[in-house]
Design a protein around this ligand. Structure first.
Ligand SMILES: C[S@@+](CC[C@H](N)C(=O)[O-])C[C@H]1O[C@@H](n2cnc3c(N)ncnc32)[C@H](O)[C@@H]1O
Length: 222
């Protein structure tokens, strides 16, 4: 929903980021790096506080903003970060270096581990190591969500939560493929297939939420 007056009001009403997160957001805006929006940040913080995961997997780190947001929310909730681990996957050299810098500034390098690699390569390795994650936050290339889903299903325990960001593509996903620019049609089609899959798998319960750029919450049922 695009409503500038409401967005302005809600941004005014929300608590401010701490200094590091403010600097990171300013850096992201200046350098055109897509990070979670303010409403998504608040939603993610609340979700992790309710769900209280010990292990989180993030697909798509960028500069480390959402990783730090989730871990700081857990610190607030648990009062300690003992036993918490967040693994985040990032393929870009530039993003990886910046994320490491920010995670060091946040003094969270013992909690947040970034794997600098193509996500699918790392997902295969993690599946082979039989690790599990209470929450997976999918926030990478939109055209690849469907490819990553089978790995996520293996990495989530029953009752594990899959959060997928940017699924409504500013409303583009609802449009007919012919009204979408040709170069975006593959991503458009793949996101529609992803949403269909999330909504029709017997082993998932999904809710589509129209905040920020659209987010889905999916709970693994079996
Ligand atoms: C939307 S940004 C992530 C934003 C971050 N989660 C935040 O809100 O702070 C997506 C990131 O995923 C990375 N990415 C996209 N596709 C990827 C892939 N297949 N493997 C690894 N990283 C990927 C991009 O380089 C980019 O930095």
């Amino acid at each position: 929903m695009e409503n500038f007056e409401m967005d302005k009001f809600l941004d005014y009403i929300r608590p401010e980021d701490n200094e590091l997160l403010r600097d990171m957001k300013a850096y992201a805006i200046t350098n055109n790096i897509p990070i979670i929006r303010n409403e998504m940040k608040q939603f993610l913080e609340t979700l992790v506080m309710i769900y209280k995961p010990k292990r989180i997997l993030e697909i798509g780190t960028a500069i480390g903003y959402s990783s730090i947001v989730m871990v700081e929310a857990l610190r607030k909730s648990y009062k300690t970060l003992e036993g918490i681990e967040l693994i985040s996957l990032e393929r870009s050299d530039e993003m990886y270096s910046k994320a490491i810098e920010n995670i060091n500034l946040a003094k969270l390098s013992h909690i947040i581990k970034i794997r600098h690699d193509e996500a699918e390569i790392q997902l295969k390795k993690i599946v082979n190591s039989a690790e599990k994650f209470d929450i997976i936050f999918m926030d990478a290339a939109k055209g690849q969500y469907l490819t990553f889903l089978p790995y996520c299903m293996k990495l989530l325990p029953v009752n594990g939560l899959l959060i997928s960001d940017n699924v409504l593509q500013s409303g583009e996903v609802a449009k007919s493929r012919f009204s979408v620019p040709r170069r975006q049609r593959t991503i458009h089609q793949r996101m529609r297939e992803y949403l269909w899959e999330l909504n029709h798998r017997e082993d998932l319960q999904t809710s589509i939420i129209d905040i920020a750029d659209g987010v889905t919450l999916s709970v693994k049922l079996s």
